[in-house]
Design a binder for this molecule. Sequence first.
Ligand code: SF4
Ligand code: SF4
Length: 467
Amino acid sequence: MSKQAETNSPDETIELSLYKAHEKVYPREIKGRFQFKRKLAVWVLLGLFYVLPWITWGEQQAILFDLPQRRFYIFGLTLWPQDFIFLALMLIIAAFALFFFTALAGRLWCGYACPQTVWTEVFIWLEQWTEGNRNKRMKLDKGPWTREKILRKGSKQFLWITFALWTGFTFVGFFTPIKELAEHIWQWTMGPWETFWLFFYALATYGNAGFLREQVCLYMCPYARFQSAMFDKETLIISYDEQRGEPRMRGKKRRESEAPGDCIDCTMCVQVCPTGIDIRDGLQYECIACAACIDACDEVMEKSGMPKGLIKYTTENALQGKPTHILRPRTLIYMVILLGLVTAFGVSLANRSAIDMNVIHDRNSFYRVVDANTIENVYTLKVMNKGTEATEYAVQATGLDGLEVVLGLADQTVSAAPGELVIVPMKIRASKQVANQRIHGITVTVSDVAASGENTSENIKYFGYKK
Ligand code: SF4
Ligand code: SF4
């Protein structure tokens, strides 16, 4: 798309493009202490992703989000739709952890743990492996389509597509038992949804990590835009020490200068940058804090006999010679909220009941007279077995003397298979003398008949015999 602007002469027009042409970034390979940590993060995180679905816990896949059955299995813990609160809490904890670590250490997530970053790293490794180093890749792209180019590009595409398909398969393996999924693929009997998500996730991985790469961070990621709201002058950033580095110069000019800065203008920091920016231009939202420029510049400084740290982790305050505080109101507030949420999550998980119940009073009558001495209230009792085994439950009512529970079941106990919701008509009887107020508060308790002692209860209203 272009826009035409009129000039003094009606015949003259200027074409202004509203889009900047994309320039392919060829990041140079670099080694160093931070790149070692990034590689380690890639191995650990992707290792977990690819290995976890293959781990069995008891008789069940250790982590399985079984959507058709509406059950989430997480290392022996089974969560049901009724446990949505735990999922919501987990997401809130993850969000606050992100706020806390961003306020403390800047874009740690972007540089080391974001899926876009870690998968892009692997795709770049495969590219380097098949097409060679930065110079060779640039030369190969500019050169004509020779046999070698076809072979190298073909091998890269083969590895990328295989890796992307394996990623799609693993992703679906978190939602469908992965061993069954492997059999379905082998026998070519996959269901439509399995097929769709496998190829969709493979395509997303291939597109994001193979082609879009830094453009996802620059143009698509919302976090890159709003993370600056969590930054302050004490947040860890990666910065070029302008006072020490300037005036930058190289070659003859440098040799003849009386006071050159420490930057020898080798552009290594730019060549290694996966987003193609120049850190010497100051803090930029495009910087994903991968620290590749630190490793590159440290190596240059070492070879030039100058102290390392021309590009380094620092804070805006430190750059201005002011003290930096790790503990400050912003980080303390995030930390307290995070600790509170983690504690609430742990406590509620520890006290989570494997029984879910609900009692609903009959809307047609407050109470019914059974005989000269007895009345009854009629309810609907709902019991759900959130455990992993079939269970039998006893039902009890307390809060008034002599309450009697009568279930619309022959043996007066509720039996429920794992995940089953049983709905039972329930009458609670009381003597007129005891239930002599308009409304009483009573408690209904559902307990596991077996020795587990698991029980849960609900406080309900009981309408008495008051004329
Ligand atoms: S790597 Fe260091 S010395 Fe080289 S251009 Fe970058 S900041 Fe200057
Ligand atoms: S400027 Fe440095 S830290 Fe930022 S993305 Fe580029 S190489 Fe990584």
